[in-house]
Write a protein that binds this ligand. Structure first.
Ligand code: LMR
Length: 397
């Protein structure tokens, strides 16, 4: 059977982890995979997570199965984080949340839900989007199309193009939207722009599928959920996939969730039963360690307050690096206007240089960016910023 196999090329983003590790250059800079780094280049376990994990170990008396819904308290807490605890959709029981193995696992389950309900759907992703969207949905059997999002000439949002493309869609279309901290572009819509998109979706009856991987990394936990709350106010149904990888730093624990909002509680419970039957056929039941930790944090006022502080510190450091980078590129005499970097949100921006220049940064300077020029702002530190800026200036000269 396996005589015919050959090597599959490494994933665009994950392949950079190995390439960076293997590079012996002491000045190497890792701006690849979306993992937060401190000023010391570390990705520490959050203090609130450490404490909750210790409490979990003390309290846990069994590893017996919890069932397909996993940690129910986590599911409720994620619904509250997404909608705000007093949203009428929660009171009405219109939202169900089921934990999933990371945001990626949640996206894959969402694909299967759409396939179960409407297999003839076309799935639309923004151009650009997270490369793994392009793998996940075709793996679930879907045709992918893209709608305009970033204007590559200006590096800004092409809102008119986006509205025009979405305005042509209908009930057989599913539209992936990045709730905040767009990956890879860092370009987010304003609340007014989201409001227009939500109204358009209701009018055209396409299904919004919101990817929320960075709640709290943009402006704050509530503002970052603007799209989701507007949808819950106005749209009859939509799906959200969320992740605790970044905002709780639980990357390797694979802690995420799929949430669905339906017109009423009956339909929401139907949706939950579909999710449970789908996941039974893939991984049976979700891992509970990460969700157990998040559940403990969000039940404790003290740990929640600490989490808010730690999350704000990560966000503020990234935003600080954004400002410093723009300033230093200007000071280095780089003619191109990079001020857009300061107006963007989250871990990533697209530098917008050429593929050759990205390759030179990697080969000659050991600076690792994703091929589409995406760089992880959190990988920039006071002790590598000057090196990064001078290297960019040199390859662009
Ligand atoms: C990223 O975009 O770098 C992260 O979301 C990690 C991943 O799985 O690609």
């Amino acid at each position: 059977m396996f005589e015919q196999i050959s090597r599959v090329p490494p994933d665009l983003i994950l392949g950079l982890i190995a390439a960076y590790k293997a590079d012996p250059n002491p000045n190497k800079v890792d701006l690849g995979v979306g993992v937060y780094q401190t000023e010391e280049g570390e990705t520490p376990v959050l203090a609130c997570v450490k404490e909750a994990e210790a409490a979990l170990h003390r309290a846990e008396t069994s590893k017996a199965y919890l069932g397909p819904r996993g940690v129910v308290g986590f599911n409720e807490a994620i619904s509250n984080l997404l909608l705000g605890s007093d949203h009428p959709a929660l009171e009405a029981g219109r939202m169900v949340t089921v934990q999933a193995p990371g945001g990626t696992g949640a996206l894959r389950v969402a694909g299967e839900v759409v396939k179960y309900v409407r297999p003839e759907s076309t799935i639309w992703v923004p151009n650009p989007t997270w490369p793994n969207h392009n793998a996940l949905f075709p793996a679930a059997g879907f045709r992918l199309e893209s709608y305009r999002y970033r204007d590559s000439a200006t590096g800004e949002l092409d809102f008119a193009g986006m509205l025009e493309d979405l305005g042509r869609l209908g009930p057989n279309d599913v539209v992936i939207m990045h709730a905040c901290c767009h990956n890879p572009a860092g370009i987010d819509l304003t609340p007014e722009q989201w409001s227009q998109v939500v109204d358009l979706g209701v009018e055209r009856q396409f299904l919004p599928l919101v990817d929320m991987a960075y709640q709290g990394f943009g402006v704050d936990l509530d503002t970052d959920a603007t799209l989701i709350r507007l949808l819950a106010d106005r749209a009859p149904e939509f799906i959200v996939t969320s992740s605790c990888s970044k905002n709780f730093g639980l990357y390797r624990e694979r802690c995420g969730a799929i949430s669905m909002v339906l017109p009423n509680q009956e339909k929401a419970l139907d949706a939950e039963s579909i999710i449970n039957s789908i996941t039974r056929g893939i991984y049976s039941m979700p891992p509970t360690h990460g969700p157990g930790i998040v559940d403990i944090i969000l039940r404790s006022e003290e740990l929640t307050a600490r989490w808010h502080e730690e999350l704000a510190a990560m966000r503020d450091r990234i935003n600080g690096q954004r400002s410093k980078l723009v300033q230093k590129l200007k000071e280095a005499g780089v003619a191109r206007d990079f001020s857009f970097i300061e107006r963007q949100f989250g871990m990533f921006s697209l530098l917008g240089i050429s593929p050759d220049e990205v390759a030179r940064l990697r080969d000659e300077y050991s600076i690792y960016l994703v091929g589409d020029t995406r760089f992880n702002v959190a990988g920039l530190r006071d002790n590598n910023l000057d090196y990064f800026v001078s290297s960019v200036a040199e390859v662009m000269a």
